[in-house]
Design a protein around this ligand. Sequence first.
Ligand code: ADP
Ligand code: MG
Length: 160
Amino acid sequence: MSASRRTSAPAETERLGEALAPHLSLGDVLVLTGPLGAGKTCFVKGLARGLDVRGRVRSPSFTLVNEYAGRVPLWHLDLYRLERADDTLGLEEAVERAVVVVEWGEKLPARWRAEALELLFEREPGDVRRIAASATSGRGLALLAAWRSLTVAPSPEPTS
Ligand code: ADP
Ligand code: MG
């Protein structure tokens, strides 16, 4: 089961993340995939806003993980620099206390992806991004249903 959406500006991708946030609860895992510059971190910024995180979200591509306090804590991981993720990352503990969002999440061991909502980000011409959601079981399916129901105002057309 999958469902895709398109956004036409960074602010719109953020709003999509913000709109998904109220549906998230402790232990949920979001797996974000797609190339550099596709909008994964942008989406997480909106997600954080929707979880009432104060302060700025920075890409954890160097730090590997950033944790933010919000309505629920947000654990933001970026596996770009890793060959593959192993069990030393602290995921086991993180899912007990946070919502976990993972850029380059395809590198996660399969057991972490089983109940995840997967979002595949693709660049299209201009500022268009296609974001395709999929899930296979458990919370992932519940979040996929939520994803389908999101309403996000489109960004105004550029005037130039
Ligand atoms: P990633 O984390 O996938 O590498 P980022 O979110 O860091 O990507 O960067 C996305 C880049 O693409 C930003 O420079 C952003 O301004 C730009 N961009 C252009 N259009 C969009 C869009 N529709 N959604 C998200 N980002 C967009
Ligand atoms: Mg990123």
